[in-house]
Design a protein around this ligand. Structure first.
Ligand SMILES: [Fe+2]
Length: 321
């Protein structure tokens, strides 16, 4: 079982909603995350907590969807030109940070991305529609988050000037009337298929330092990282993958391996993909590097004021932040 799905009961939702702490900025929310986690442990039912812990501790479980999570507001307009006041989103941010705290993770932001803000509003924005970032409405191909950074939980050591990629990505659905799902493929399923189709040489080739990984479009002032592997073995002995369409091989073998992996992705994605169509009050947690994700293009519906809006927060082990 790789995909856990759970609906918060009405009582849990009510108890979690009543845990409001009056906080008006992201930094303070991070300070209160542990306290929020303790409160949520008392507010959530055992079944919910058990599924959350299972997601955190079982290496084969990469995806956890929780429905009926508390949001702070009623019908706000999707922020298509600028971010909204933190007070509007504080309840959900604290809820998400509290869940992270329960599983020993901490929310964080990168200095080089999203103006160093904790919460990224994944919305189509005027002026960014054709960009390959979460602010566009253009097709976003299969990728892991921030492949240019070191993969956490592996032998890769982060350089001083380069952080680790996030371990977990949280997405809360605010609106998704366009019905555009988040598509996820598990690394293990992809590699098993690729190995069966092309042979074990491919797995070896993906572990060599012969790939050029550029920074993603959402990063600013990040140097190109050269000569890193796509595949690293985690401390527990499982594969972790970095991937984006922009990565290129720097040797004949690397180019051949990348081409083989991309062929498997193209040919098998319909069978391998897990479709998560987040709607209002849905929270998706998924692991980076043991999954890839993507989103198709869509027509941003600005006229309604409620175009697709997800709130994203990254989390990792506090030691890696
Ligand atoms: Fe992404």
């Amino acid at each position: 079982m790789t995909y856990a799905y759970h609906i918060l009961s009405r009582n849990e939702h009510h108890r979690a909603s009543s845990l409001d702490i009056d906080i008006n900025d992201e930094f303070k929310a991070l300070l209160y995350a542990e306290l929020m986690g303790e409160s949520l442990q008392k507010s959530l039912d055992n079944a919910t907590l058990a599924k959350l812990q299972c997601f955190a501790s079982d290496h084969a479980q990469n995806i956890f969807v929780l429905r009926n999570v508390p949001l702070s507001f009623g019908l706000l307009e999707t922020p298509s030109t600028e971010d909204i006041a933190f007070s509007h989103i504080s309840r959900n941010v604290l809820f998400t940070l509290g869940l992270f705290s329960i599983i020993g993770k901490q929310g964080f932001a990168y200095e080089q991305e999203n103006n160093a803000r904790l919460v990224r509003h994944v919305t189509p924005k005027h002026g960014s529609l054709l960009k390959g970032t979460s602010h566009g409405s253009y097709h976003l191909g299969w990728h892991s988050e921030h492949p240019v950074f070191s993969i956490p939980g592996t032998e890769e050591v982060s350089r001083n000037d380069s952080p680790y990629a996030p371990e977990i990505i949280a997405l809360t659905g605010v609106y998704n009337y366009e019905d555009i799902p988040t598509l996820i493929i598990e690394t293990k399923a992809l590699l098993d298929k690729a190995q069966a189709e092309h042979g074990s040489w491919l797995i070896n080739a993906l572990q060599k330092n012969h790939y050029d990984v550029p920074p993603g479009a959402s990063l600013s002032n990040v140097e190109v990282r050269r000569s890193c592997p796509l595949l690293s073995i985690s401390n527990e002995g499982h594969f972790k993958l970095r991937y984006s369409d922009a990565i290129v091989g720097t040797s004949d073998q690397a180019r051949k391996a990348l081409s083989a992996l991309r062929q498997t992705l193209r040919e098998e994605e319909d069978k391998l993909k897990i479709v998560v169509n987040l709607q209002h009050c849905d929270l998706l947690l998924f692991k980076n590097n043991t999954t890839l994700h993507k989103r198709s293009d869509f027509d941003a519906n600005f006229a309604t004021g409620m175009s697709r809006w997800l709130m994203r927060i990254f989390a990792s082990n506090p030691k890696l932040i």
